[in-house]
Design a protein around this ligand. Structure first.
Ligand SMILES: [Zn+2]
Length: 428
């Protein structure tokens, strides 16, 4: 049905607008639209009735007996006799252990407090930060004495923690990576919240190293894309049965993802591709070739196997026959069992041990277990490893996430692709 100007009418509606009424209607509609836009941005989905508050997380920065500490902005150290306010004017403190107490010494101040131990330093202003061994942190610092050493623990809100994690996990210099950085923020938050329920230590929740997620503090300059990604996904995590899931992620799968660890041994591997395009093919470790000598292999074997270590001098002296046999592969083709045979003795290697026994001369493990072996035709003491990917291949492939983002996918799509059995939920 066509409507002509000045005569339009909704069928069955008795209201016949005059030109003045039409103008008024549009003005009112425009005003309402403007008000609506100001109060409720259309781009953000409504929160799914978040029930929890943002938690804090305790991160172990270091364990040691001597470290350096400096304050930027004002921090409060509460002691039994008084509160001490500390800032940059106190200079750099040397932190050490003396007479079973943690002692702080700078050119300007000396603290040897009997009580309290542990020592807790709280920021007085929200922008205050402290520098611990060259990295800048926000939030609370706790120094705890443990077996003659001290543990330095940074306690801060989870979202602030993520600002110090995400930049180490995903390149954040290119706006085209936006959705991948958002996916990474959700993955890192999920990991952290799961850890809160399964802490890594008695006094802390997570390590600040690759044991958990690499964290270098959020007191320095944070890339804009990371700030935006953490804020845009605030409180969002992947859940299983209502709880933050135990998730994994890795750098590059090499084109084929490893199914999650589960009892179902028949789980099939999923290609990291859509419409014939492999998501992580731009990764520098998508394909690689490594070269190893038999002598290097024997050294590595001695490093991971005590009985091989005892034999090594004898092997080096007399010379040995060495063979490598791939005995088992996982559903994705990753080597699950590698048998190192030395003069008819067998040294089976599984899981990460496979990567360790094929480490390079600097001790760096093989990038992944997705490989096949090739003997050198000219030199019997040399062999090649032709492989793909970097990491275990489980969960999100980070280079794949970048590829999916460049291909126009949103972070929800990316997460759904890599974690199809988990649900995205806003917890706070
Ligand atoms: Zn991949």
């Amino acid at each position: 049905m066509l409507a002509s100007a000045g005569k339009w009418q909704i069928p069955g509606c008795p209201w016949k607008p005059s030109p003045a009424k039409v103008r008024g209607f549009f003005l009112l509609a425009a005003l309402m639209l403007a008000l609506f836009s100001c109060t409720r941005p259309m781009v953000k989905p409504a929160p799914e009735s978040p029930t929890a508050r943002e938690p804090t997380i305790r991160v172990l920065l270091t364990s040691g007996s001597e470290d350096q500490l400096q304050f930027n902005g004002t921090y409060r150290l509460a002691a039994e006799e008084a509160d001490y306010l500390l800032d940059a004017s106190h200079g750099q403190f040397q932190v050490s252990v003396h007479n079973h107490r943690i002692v702080l010494k700078s050119p300007a101040r000396f603290f040897d407090l009997v009580d309290p131990q542990p020592l807790t330093f709280d920021p007085v202003s929200p922008k205050a930060s402290f520098v611990w061994n060259g990295h800048s942190y926000r939030g609370r610092l706790i120094l705890i004495l443990s077996n003659g050493q001290f543990q330095a623990i940074n306690q801060l809100p989870v979202e602030a923690y993520l600002l110090g994690v995400v930049p180490n996990e995903m390149p954040s210099g290119n706006p085209e990576y936006r959705e991948a950085v958002r996916a990474q923020a959700v993955a890192a938050r999920t990991y952290a919240l799961h850890r809160l329920q399964h802490p890594a230590g008695e006094q802390f929740d997570v390590f600040s190293t690759v044991q958990d997620q690499v964290y270098w503090g959020s007191g320095g300059r944070i890339p804009e894309l990371v700030q935006e990604a953490v804020e845009a996904t605030r409180g969002e995590v992947l859940v299983a049965e209502g709880q933050p899931a135990a998730i994994q992620y890795h750098s590059t799968c090499g084109g084929i993802l490893e199914p999650p660890i589960q009892n179902d041994s028949a789980a099939s591997a999923q290609p990291d591709s859509s419409e014939g395009l492999f998501h992580c093919s731009a990764s520098p470790l998508y394909r690689w070739v490594e070269k190893r000598t038999v002598s290097q292999l024997l050294h590595n074997l001695a490093a991971v196997d005590g009985s091989a270590a005892k034999e090594l001098p004898g092997w080096q002296k007399k010379g040995v026959q060495v063979a490598l046999h791939v005995r088992e592969r996982s559903p994705s083709g990753r080597v699950a069992l590698l048998d190192v045979e030395v003069d008819s003795r067998h040294f089976p290697q599984r899981g990460y041990g496979v990567r360790q026994v094929l480490a390079d001369s600097l001790g760096r493990p093989l990038p992944s277990r997705l490989f096949f072996l090739l003997k050198s035709q000219k030199n019997p003491a040399l062999f090649y490893i032709i492989g793909a990917g970097w990491g275990h291949g489980r969960g999100m492939c980070q280079w794949g996430a970048l590829g999916m983002a460049l291909n126009g996918n949103g972070y929800r799509n990316i997460l759904h692709f890599y974690y199809p059995n988990l649900t995205l939920k806003k917890l706070y």
